[in-house]
Structures are given as C-alpha cells and as structure tokens.
Design a protein around this ligand. Structure first.
Ligand code: SF4
Ligand code: ZN
Length: 139
C-alpha cells in the first residue's frame, strides 16, 4: 500500500521510527474517512517516540486528511493544526496570514496585489512570471 503523505522512508528518516510504521494505510486520508473508530491509531500517536517530530511536520506540511500527530485531520483543520502547534510548543501561522507576511517580489505578494486590486509592482510581476515558467517546466 503506498503512502500518499509520508514519503518513502529512508533509514535516517524519523518517520521510520513512527509507531504507525507498517500501518500507514490506517493513517491514510481515505482509510481514516471510512473508519469510524480511530481510537487504536490515536493511541499509537499518543505513545509514538517521534510524536514531536510528527507534530512539527504536520504543522509544516498541513495534510488534508488522515491521522497525524494524534489528530484526525480533514480538509479544514486549522484549529487542529493550531492545537498540534501548541502541543509542539511552536507558533502556528495560518496560510492566509503567511501570505500577508510575504514581501514584494514573491508570488504570494503578487496574489495579494491582485486580491486588493492594486497595481502589481515590477518585483511581484517578475515573481509571477518566474512562477508560471517553473510551472510550465514542471508540467
Ligand atoms: S505521531 Fe502518529 S502519525 Fe505521527 S509518526 Fe507517530 S504514530 Fe505516526
Ligand atoms: Zn509587489
């Protein structure tokens, strides 16, 4: 069973030490949606030796579903990410606020200009061109 969220573990990867190793399908977004009883998985998280690493990774990567770091995630899990960040002792900056913090010359700032119907500055226009070029290269 492939794991869509956790990349294939390498020996030095903390994920190889997760209590969920070998049971990733149970933690998978689709599988966890089907299952109504998540107690066993949540218990594994609670005693997981890499719970702290997993919390930080979850807050950073913001998966859209599945079970991570003791929470059953869904598409809109902002409060849960916040809770996980608090448990990890780190600050959680929601993506909307992150984009507010980006300076001109970034794609997020370009989008902000557009949202606010402002004139797009040269730096942001360049960032937008770069983004669409790299998207074209990737496709
Ligand atoms: S905290 Fe839970 S989801 Fe994260 S690695 Fe451990 S068992 Fe897996
Ligand atoms: Zn700008």
């Amino acid at each position: 069973m492939s794991d869509p969220v956790f990349s294939l573990p390498r020996p030095e990867n903390w994920k190889t030490r997760g209590a969920c190793v070998g049971q990733w399908q149970e933690f998978d977004a689709e599988e966890s949606k089907r299952s109504k009883d998540h107690r066993t998985q949540l218990r594994l998280c609670a005693t997981c030796p890499v719970l702290q690493e997993c919390r930080i990774d979850t807050v950073r990567t913001r998966p859209n579903g599945g079970i991570r770091a003791g929470e059953v995630l869904g598409v809109r899990s902002e409060r849960k990410f916040q809770r996980i960040a608090e448990a990890a002792g780190i600050d959680y900056v929601p993506p909307a606020a992150q984009s507010e913090l980006q300076p001109c010359g970034t794609y997020a700032a370009y989008q902000r200009h557009m949202r606010r119907k402002e004139k797009v500055c040269d730096e942001c226009r360049r960032a937008m061109v770069q983004k669409s070029q790299s998207r074209r290269r990737a496709s």
